[in-house]
Design a protein around this ligand. Structure first.
Ligand SMILES: [Zn+2]
Length: 120
């Protein structure tokens, strides 16, 4: 959880997983270093590794959409379905950079675990 929340290397929890901490820097938010600057762990373990993060991204998008629908429904219960679709689309779009980064962090942490010996 520490690695995912702070976007740090899953092995050492020291090196940054993204080049910029700014999630809404639309030109650079997706850029990652090839290797961890602290422990030299290769983030993309194998070719096509990040394709699996799309499944995580899908799950996050569903969670965001359901949450948005419930909140909108609680605030405006008589809203037409099209408004729900438009609001969910806008919220999903606003969360896209965060979703992108979190899905990669969650996916990366599923295959790499913390090694306290690499923190020094
Ligand atoms: Zn590292």
């Amino acid at each position: 959880m520490y690695s995912i929340w702070n976007e740090k290397c899953p092995i050492c929890h020291e090196g940054n997983a993204f080049l910029t901490p700014a999630k809404y820097d639309l030109k650079n938010f997706h850029k990652m270093p090839v290797r961890c600057s602290h422990c030299n762990h290769k983030f993309e373990i194998e070719g096509g590794f990040w394709q699996g993060a799309m499944y995580v991204s899908y799950g996050l998008t569903v969670a965001i959409s359901i949450t948005t629908f419930i909140l909108t429904y609680l605030i405006y219960p008589d809203t037409d379905a099209w408004y729900h679709i438009i609001i969910i689309s806008i919220v999903s779009l606003l969360f896209a950079p965060i979703n992108y980064r979190w899905s990669r962090m969650i996916w990366m942490n599923m295959f790499s675990s913390f090694n306290p010996q690499k923190t020094h």
